[in-house]
Design a protein around this ligand. Structure first.
Ligand code: PLP
Length: 388
């Protein structure tokens, strides 16, 4: 069979996170901190809207770009909350979540051999999709002592004649760093000067703490046409299983992306699109409550981890992950995560999966789980790393 499998399929790595999840399934009494999804249920008003959509018979293919009402609602939200003016007719495409959007962007922009700049660390799916399309990954470090932000000059120097795409993510997975307006304006100057496109992944835009403000780089008019922004309903509304997200980009890009949608998914689920419409139009109290709870959990896990001798945990400003530095205990995050899984029955993700240099020596722990689980998980980790 193997000779029938394409080179692209062969060179695409299996998600490193999945490997740990699969091993965890075979164990009992495991605390799972590897999952990148809210533990909350989808708010009731959103589920009701989906039921109503089914009852009304909205169970067929929709327009490739998504139902017009949803695109209108997205355009309003983008104008009011993100400062982005986008034409719902030809600048907004509804997708099957952020994954689908990122996969499409890489496939549409990158030829084999093109360079893509990813941060070290960054969400591991970017690397896998880059491999799938045959692009070369160039890493730009995010420095922990600068709050996991890039050095702007270094970022500029990483851009070569072969670079086509730069990928940024704020709030960031796995570090929880938030790129503020000032640094994004500096990034915008570079993007404007250079012949590259910026993919801005903002799927965690609402999960942000300490009164920080999310800033969308596409709101800067001078570079608007060189930015493709990815948003999602998954994290904000605890809707990971519904698979709805959207892309905002210039019409030349969206025309090509429409073709890709039409030959792959055709459209996002009609029912899920009506649910997403209700999510945007309905009361946002549930979102506020979830974020408050994440903030409590963030405070708890950061303070507990910092009590472990040899562990330094950066306090994230957004998303629902901590990315503590365990390098004084072990520089090999893969073995450390395996040790913690086998001995403490806590699933974490080795930092090296997110980046070969800065990521190494770290673990990613999700705090999208109960406070009890977090306390118990850190207690178990403390116990098993103390003898290393
Ligand atoms: N972007 C980042 C940074 C993520 O962490 C994820 C999911 O973990 C996604 C995009 C995609 O999420 P979804 O496809 O559920 O929208």
């Amino acid at each position: 069979m193997e000779r029938f499998i394409s080179e692209r399929a062969f060179r695409t790595p299996l998600s490193g996170i999945k490997k740990f999840s699969e091993k965890a399934l075979a164990l009992r009494d495991v605390i799972r901190l590897e999952l990148g999804e809210p533990d909350f249920d989808t708010p009731t008003y959103i589920k009701e809207a989906a039921k109503e959509a089914m009852d009304k018979g909205y169970t067929h293919y929709t327009a490739i770009a998504g139902i017009p009402e949803l695109r209108e609602a997205i355009a309003e939200k983008l104008r009011e909350e993100n400062g982005i003016e986008a034409d719902p007719e030809n600048e907004i495409l509804v997708t099957c979540g952020g994954y689908h959007a990122v996969f499409a962007v890489f496939n549409i922009l990158l030829n084999p051999g093109d360079e893509v700049i990813l941060t070290d660390p960054s969400w591991s799916a970017y690397y896998s999709v880059a491999k799938f399309v045959g692009a070369k990954v160039v890493y730009c470090p995010l420095y922990e002592d600068r709050g996991f932000k890039p050095d702007i000059e270094e970022l500029e120097n990483k851009i070569s004649d072969k670079t086509k795409l730069v990928v940024l993510n704020t709030p960031q997975n796995p570090t929880g760093a938030v790129l503020d307006r000032k640094i994004l304006e500096e990034v915008a100057d570079i993007i404007q000067k250079k012949d590259v496109i910026l993919l801005s992944d903002e799927v965690y835009e609402k999960i942000i703490f300490d009164g920080e403000k999310h800033f969308s780089i596409a709101s800067i008019p001078d570079i608007r046409d060189k930015v493709i922004t990815v948003f999602s309903f998954s994290k904000t509304y605890a809707m990971t299983g519904w698979r709805v997200g959207y892309v905002v980009a210039n019409p030349t890009f969206t025309a090509h992306m429409r073709k890709m949608i039409s030959i792959s998914t055709v459209c996002a689920s009609s029912i899920a699109q009506y649910a997403a419409l209700a999510a945007l139009r309905g009361p946002q109290d549930a979102v506020v409550e979830m974020i408050k709870e994440y903030e409590h959990r963030r405070n708890l896990i950061v303070s507990e981890l910092n009590k472990i001798s040899g562990v330094k945990c950066f306090k994230p400003k957004g998303a629902f992950y901590v990315f503590p530095d365990f390098s004084e205990i072990s520089k090999d995050s893969m073995s450390l995560a395996m040790h913690i899984l086998e001995k403490a029955r806590v699933v974490t993700v080795p930092g090296v999966i997110f980046g070969p240099e800065i990521g190494e020596g770290h673990l990613r722990l999700s705090f999208a789980t109960s406070r009890e689980n977090l306390e118990e998980a850190v207690r178990r980790i403390r116990e098993v790393v103390s003898d290393l």
